[in-house]
Design a protein around this ligand. Sequence first.
Ligand SMILES: Cc1cc2nc3c(=O)[nH]c(=O)nc-3n(C[C@H](O)[C@H](O)[C@H](O)COP(=O)(O)OP(=O)(O)OC[C@H]3O[C@@H](n4cnc5c(N)ncnc54)[C@H](O)[C@@H]3O)c2cc1C
Length: 267
Amino acid sequence: MDLITVRETRVARTRDDLVFAPGEEPLGGGTWLFSEEQPGLTGLVDLTVLGWQPIVESEATLTIAATCTIAELARIPRREGWKAHPLFSQTANSLLASFKIWNIATVGGNICTSLPAGPMISLASALDATALVWATDGSDRRLPVADLVTASRENLLAHGEVLRAIEIPTTSLEARTGFRRIALSPLGRTGTLVIARVDASGEAVFTVSGGTTRPRVLRFDGLPSREALQYAVESITEWFTDPHGAADWRRAMSVLFAEELREELSA
Ligand SMILES: Cc1cc2nc3c(=O)[nH]c(=O)nc-3n(C[C@H](O)[C@H](O)[C@H](O)COP(=O)(O)OP(=O)(O)OC[C@H]3O[C@@H](n4cnc5c(N)ncnc54)[C@H](O)[C@@H]3O)c2cc1C
C-alpha cells in the first residue's frame, strides 16, 4: 500500500548514513512496512544497499546479516556436523504464505517487526543467537535475540538503533534438534512453534514461540522427565488469543509438541 505520510526515502551507503530523524525508520524488505498504515512514519532509510554480506561463516559462529533475505537463509548449504541445518528451511517455511515474501523479506525485518509468529525469532532464540545492534552513539551492543523481543510488536531497540546481524554459535548448529509447528489452516499464521535442541554437553533447550507474545526458552541440564517438561511449558504465562488461535489451544499444542520432541530426542 502507499505510505502517504512518507516524505523521503534515503539509501544508506555507510554507517554514517544511519542517523535517524524523528519519524524516520529503517527499511529492510518493506513487506511489513508497506502492508499496513504506518502512522507517524515520515521517512525510510533503505538498509539493503549497505552491502552487508548475507552469510559469514567462521569456526565458532555463523553470522547472518540483518539484510539477508529469508530465501537466502533457507538456501544456506549444509556443513559437516550441522545437525540443526533443517531448521533453516523449517522456519523459513513457517511464515504465513512464505512464498509471497521470501525473496524480499529480511531476517532483520522479521525480528524487528517482533510479531509472535516471527519465525526468524523462533530460529534465533532456539539456537541461542546473539543480536548485534548498532547503537545511536556509534557503539555496538550485543544481547540474546530471545531477550531482544519483549512482547508482540515490542523489542529493546531504541529509535535509531539498527540490528546489524545475528550470530549463531556453531555449537548450536551441531546440536540435535527437533521442530513442530501448527497453524489453523495449511498456509496459515503460526499457532505455536516448538523447537527442541540437545547440545553435545547434554543440555536440553526447548523454545516455545508463536503461541506466546515473546519467545520462551526453557533450559534443562539434560533431557527432562515428561512431568518436568510439562510443568515448565504449562508455567509459561504469555499465551494469547487472536483469530489465529485460542490461548488454551496454543498451550495444549505446545505441551504435546514438547513431549513429542522429548521422546524423539531421547531415541
Ligand atoms: C503475505 C504476508 C505474510 C506474512 N507472514 C508473516 C508471518 O507469518 N510471520 C511474521 O512474523 N511476519 C509475517 N509477515 C510480516 C513481514 O512480511 C515479515 O515479518 C517480514 O519478515 C518482515 O521483513 P522485512 O524485511 O520486509 O521488514 P520491513 O517491512 O522492511 O521492516 C519491518 C520493521 O522492522 C524494522 N527494521 C527492518 N530492518 C531493521 C533492522 N535491520 N534494524 C532495525 N529495524 C529494522 C522496520 O523499520 C520496520 O519497523 C507477513 C507479511 C505478508 C505480506
